[in-house]
Design a protein around this ligand. Structure first.
Ligand code: NIG
Ligand code: FE
Length: 402
């Protein structure tokens, strides 16, 4: 099916114009791809001759479909009691050391059935879709044994089949030390490397992540996880420099990581490593806000080095229980001083790069026909409003979804 979409004001995020702006724009999609994007006045007659269906978008603003490139959507339970403790002054690290934190969610997740995990995650994911998300990354990391990690990754795959979204799944076995490995972190890392190969053989893994931190895994342990991933040909990502500077980013960049995520405590040496490796910086303002952090990531240095910056919800029950990617656009601007255009690039083209995807994130010929139609006058409104959802319509793979 060849479809013509007219009367669009397009933020293509491609080309030299701010926002890749096309004032009186049109798009032609053919099956799941864009065949042509540009000013309506330039529509080529030979393409118009083959159009089978036409849609008038009524002068609405059109952007690429949104991409949430860092989520922990699959888990059971929630941790609002820990939120109350945090508000009373108990540190996130201390809750974790006392057996709460990630380990509390692991216990709840292990106790849930795969069907329950699917239904809980589907309910969460629908909120993201309602704001125009067309691609989402989902990490495991709340199972921490082979059976439950596998169940969580199967749930992620099934979400992509049953809900209207493309899912990329990331194995985060090295998220925390499960209780049965207390005092034996190196043995646990060996187990993670072994499970990784099995889960990959079952087609459940698109990338591998780890939590390199004082309360997570050491750089040496993280290196072993990355060596195992590289041996399997899997790309890596890293929760890096969230609570302290571990030099974890430099390590990840040795393995040409797709992205390093959080980065509040990133050093200049870390920035330089990212520049050299072409690694994306994924900033997570929800976690920064929720933990009431005060040291923001070094945005000026990232910008000066030309490091692509992505933005994500980091949805998880412990540090970022948000289900609004649009809210993260606003927070990326208010808390991290990104421009609204940088924020939109952060949930489209740069988020795609953080997932190793090069077929989406901009509206140009050859890319996927994934786009959002918004009830706004200017794309900067996506970062301006908070707690308001101006989404009118989503087109995914060339088909109207909502
Ligand atoms: O991305 N930093 C590690 N992982 C999550 C938090 C997980 C949790 O507290 O449950 C994050 O912030
Ligand atoms: Fe995370």
């Amino acid at each position: 099916m060849t479809v013509l979409w007219t009367n669009a004001r397009i933020a293509s995020l491609s080309g030299p114009a701010p926002w890749g702006w096309i004032e009186q724009g049109a798009l032609i999609s053919q099956a799941e791809r864009l065949l042509w994007v540009g000013p309506a006045a330039d529509l080529p007659a030979e393409l118009l001759a083959n159009v089978e269906q036409r849609h008038d978008l009524g002068g609405a603003v059109v952007t690429p479909g949104l991409i949430d490139c860092h989520t922990h959507l699959v888990y059971a339970g929630q941790r609002s009691a820990e939120f109350e403790q945090c508000l009373q002054g108990v540190a996130y690290e201390d809750i974790a050391r006392a057996g709460g934190g990630i380990r509390a969610t692991v216990a709840a997740t292990r106790a849930a059935s795969e069907t329950e995990l699917f239904e809980l995650a589907a309910r969460r994911l629908r909120y993201l879709l309602a704001e125009g998300v067309t691609t989402v990354e989902i990490k495991s990391g709340y199972g921490l044994n082979l059976a439950t990690e596998a169940a969580c990754l199967r749930v992620a795959r099934r979400l992509g089949v049953e809900l209207d979204v493309e899912v990329r799944s990331t194995f985060l076995g090295a998220h925390a030390l499960p209780p049965e490995f207390t005092g034996r972190p190196d043995d646990y890392v060996s187990a993670v490397c072994d499970w990784m190969a099995r889960l990959h053989a079952d087609g459940l893994v698109d990338a591998v992540d780890a939590f390199c931190e004082g309360i997570g895994f050491t750089p040496a342990q993280t290196r072993r996880v990355f060596e195992a991933a590289s041996a399997l040909g899997l790309p890596v990502k890293l929760h890096a420099e969230q609570l302290s500077d571990q030099g974890a980013t430099q390590l990840a960049c040795e393995f040409k990581a797709l992205s390093c995520d959080h980065l509040e405590h990133l050093s200049l040496a870390g920035v330089q490593a990212m520049v050299a490796a072409g690694t994306v910086a994924v900033l997570l303002p929800g976690a920064y806000y929720f933990l009431r952090e005060t040291q923001a990531p070094p945005v000026d240095a990232l910008r000066a080095g030309g490091v692509p910056i992505a933005i994500s919800t980091d949805h998880n029950p412990g540090t970022s229980p948000t289900l609004s990617l649009l809210l993260m656009l606003n927070m990326a601007c208010t808390l991290f001083r990104l421009t609204p255009e940088e924020a939109l690039r952060g949930v489209t083209v740069n988020a795609a790069q953080a997932l190793g995807l090069h077929d989406r994130g901009q509206l140009v010929a050859g890319q996927r026909a994934d786009f959002c139609v918004w009830d706004i006058e200017h794309p900067n409104e996506l970062a301006y409003f908070f707690g308001r959802n101006p989404l009118r319509q989503v087109v995914r793979a060339g088909v109207i979804r909502t």
